[in-house]
Ligand binder design. Structure first.
Ligand code: FES
Length: 376
């Protein structure tokens, strides 16, 4: 009697699992790449025939709720839309590339380089303001679109983090308290996307990889290479900031001459720039009495302008208003008065008093409004 020899069961091919950013085990992509593989648990749930549609839908959403790619999706879309819009806004704003306008990239670089810890880098950028503005706008658009479409999201996130770090060290460096500045929040929002990418969720790159598979070696950049690039760029910026702090320019000895007394009529306001590049407003409040204010807004560091009528300073960024005689805040979000630079009359010249550095690196903590100034 023939006894059929039972066939040994063929064990299923072992699946490789890895631990996701959220701690859940997900299947490793056979071809590598960003996030979970083509055959992720989410995809298996999606592909299963819905014998019980309610249970199928519930399982699918439960699976998605544990998938970092889906958890990061709102953050990814927000960052993508915001960076794309920020870049487009710059390109379509005629004032952004017009150096005569206070909101232009040239004026902003000029203002921020006096207070930013990466002032030396900004001095280089100040030589090519239009190219710098274009680079910034196109960089934001490239980062935003790649993030939205799910293409090279980890690389885009590195770019977004570097842009946010640059803006943090310039535009919102003076913002107090620090959490009122948006750039520090953007910087930390990019970090999970650097680590995880799109996770293959709503990703054009995932679609293309499934459609046209590529060898693992063809994929670039690797996570390690991305982290190395981000670390190198962040290190360069940090070293520049440290060097700028160590070799900060000293104040002019003996009091720098800002203007001739005769150049400013009584009650008049004259824009001047110090030898270290700090833009000031020089106000002649009486025949022999002058005050000078740093033009850097104490809210987020934009450059204030003289409003029509000559009685107030106006910030073009968020409509902050200051009294042109005292520097006190009249309206808007600025938390402090404009920083006052002490000046005195010496002969025919108005000079900076003592060895005060004419910048608001001290955070504008003087209270010019406490000084008695004569009325008109
Ligand atoms: S920067 Fe916001 S009001 Fe000036």
């Amino acid at each position: 009697m023939d006894v059929a020899t039972p066939k040994a069961p063929v064990p299923p091919a072992p699946r490789q699992f890895r631990r996701s950013a959220a701690g859940a085990a997900t299947e490793r992509s056979p071809a590598g790449g960003e996030g979970p593989p083509a055959a992720s648990p989410t995809a298996r749930a999606d592909d299963r025939p819905p014998a019980d549609p309610h249970r199928w839908a519930r399982d699918r959403w439960r699976t998605r709720a544990r998938d970092p790619g889906w958890l990061l999706l709102p953050q990814r879309l927000f960052l993508g839309v915001t960076f794309t819009k920020a870049g487009v806004d710059k390109l379509v704003d005629p004032a952004f590339f017009d150096p005569a306008q206070p909101t232009s990239i040239a004026a902003q670089i000029d203002t921020f380089r006096a207070t930013s810890p990466i002032g030396p880098l900004l001095s280089v950028a100040a030589t090519y303001p239009t190219a710098t503005g274009l680079l910034m706008a196109l960089g934001e658009i490239a980062v935003g679109i790649a993030t939205l479409l799910g293409v090279r999201v980890r690389a885009a996130a590195v770019g977004g983090a570097l842009i946010s770090l640059t803006l943090l060290l310039t535009v919102t460096w003076q913002t107090r308290p620090y959490y009122l500045g948006s750039d520090i929040v953007f910087l930390f929002c990019w970090l999970p996307l650097i680590a995880y990418g799109s996770g293959g969720v709503l990703s054009l790159q995932r679609f293309a990889e499934q459609r046209w598979p590529a060898r693992r070696d063809d994929r670039w950049p690797s996570r390690r290479a991305l982290l190395a690039q981000f670390g190198t760029a962040a290190g360069v910026i940090a070293l520049t900031a440290l060097g700028a702090r160590l070799f900060r320019r000293s104040a002019p000895a003996g009091g720098e001459a800002l203007a001739s007394v005769a150049d400013v009529p009584v009650g008049g306001v004259e824009p001047v720039v110090t030898s270290t590049g700090v833009p000031l407003f020089l106000v002649r409040v009486a025949d022999q009495q002058f005050v000078a204010f740093d033009r850097t807004c104490t809210h987020a560091g934009c450059r204030v302008d003289l409003a029509p009528g000559g009685k107030t300073f106006r910030c073009p960024c968020h409509q902050g208003q200051y009294d042109a005689r005292t520097g006190n805040v009249l309206a808007g979000p600025p938390p402090r008065p404009l920083h006052q630079v002490p000046v005195h009359v010496s002969g025919t010249q108005v000079r900076v008093s003592g060895n005060q550095t004419p910048s608001n690196q001290g955070g504008g903590n003087q209270e010019p409004g406490n000084q008695e100034l004569p009325d008109d």
